[in-house]
Design a protein around this ligand. Structure first.
Ligand code: NAD
Ligand code: PRE
Length: 291
């Protein structure tokens, strides 16, 4: 159990972490810091934090400090936090991109403060604590990006917390993480948005949208996500995203050619390869059905 946990950014992810930690008795005190006063008050009412505070007051003596604000402000929040961090505090983040951001963060944290990057591979298309859920991380992978200097006891504490909220810790190098999420998370988001935009560019989009069944709905749920969050993610992971987009174009062209050439063998090969992989992927998001 953690003693005092401070969460900066009590939105969807910070709020869900707070809810999970409080309801599962993983922290004695969870304190929320967030400039959005209404959101912070709601976090208190929902029980996602025990109380609200400001960095200068709440950080001294904190055992764990979770950076859960948007990627674009994470380093700014850390900079403001630095003077109040005390020796022994573990600092982690939840950002969807790790590489350069963590490198810069590592240069900022003082001696005696332990920084380990983190990224829960779970989320929703809604922003803010109103959408937070205690079971959001249940069954999800939760990436940790330790470096060779990470203290084993610190890593162990974080892994136990991750298991406590129902997720599975996965250790990766930050660069490998960014390459992986470009394909498994960032590309799907771009495709979902582009699918919707393709339909709305048709002559009579409203008519088309009336016909939206499971196919369109299942493949585009995430297109309803927060645009500024995704702007930050895509631009922060720009090089990896561009690489994966090139891969995608190649795959799409193969399918296109198979259709153009009436090459049913090639088409079925492409469809079945995907079918076998997707059908074997276990469902881990029970919360989607409970909403
Ligand atoms: N939404 C997802 O599916 C998802 C999943 C995994 C990781 N993430 C990552 O989690 C982080 C937060 O995303 P979210 O979905 O919870 O967003 P969110 O918009 O729901 O929450 C962000 C919160 O940070 C607060 N905030 C803004 N500026 C701040 C500051 N200076 N100090 C403290 N708080 C501040 C906002 O008021 C808001 O309450 C992002 O880095 C994102 O990449 C998101
Ligand atoms: O399920 C969703 O709504 C998500 O967008 C979650 C998702 C993902 O791509 O899986 C999105 C971004 C995060 O960094 C991690 C998880």
């Amino acid at each position: 159990m953690f003693n005092k946990v401070v969460i900066a950014g009590v939105g969807l992810i910070g709020g869900s972490l707070g809810l999970a930690m409080i309801r599962r008795n993983l922290a004695r005190e969870v304190v929320g810091v967030d400039p959005a006063a209404e959101n912070l008050a709601l976090a208190e009412r929902l029980g996602a934090v025990h109380r609200a505070g400001v960095l200068a007051e709440v950080l001294p003596g904190a055992e764990l400090f979770i950076l859960a604000a948007p990627i674009g402000v994470t380093l700014g929040v850390l900079e403001m936090a630095i003077p109040y961090l005390t020796s022994g505090t573990i600092v982690t983040d939840v950002g969807s991109v790790k590489g350069r951001l963590l490198e810069r963060a590592r240069k900022m944290v003082p001696e005696g403060v332990y920084l380990v990057g983190g990224h829960p591979m779970a989320g929703l298309e809604v922003a803010g604590v109103a959408g937070a859920r205690e079971d959001l991380f249940e069954g999800a992978s939760y990436v940790l990006t330790p470096d060779p200097h990470t203290h084993p006891l610190v890593l162990d504490k974080l892994k136990k917390l991750i298991q406590g909220i129902g997720a599975n810790p996965v250790e990766m190098a930050a660069g490998d993480h960014d390459r992986a999420v470009a394909a498994i998370s960032h590309l799907p988001h771009l495709l979902a948005a582009t699918l919707v935009n393709t339909v709305t560019a048709e002559p009579n989009p409203d008519q088309l949208l009336k016909l939206a069944g499971g196919g369109f709905r299942d493949t585009t749920r995430i297109a309803a996500s927060n645009a500024s969050m995704w702007r930050d993610i895509l631009l922060t992971n720009r090089d990896r995203v561009l690489e994966t987009l090139r891969q995608f174009r190649g795959q799409l062209e193969e399918m296109e050619q198979a259709i153009e050439n009436f090459d049913s063998q090639q088409l079925v090969y492409g469809l079945e390869r995907a079918r076998n992989v997707r059908a074997a992927l276990p469902e881990n998001r029970t919360y989607l059905k409970k909403r």
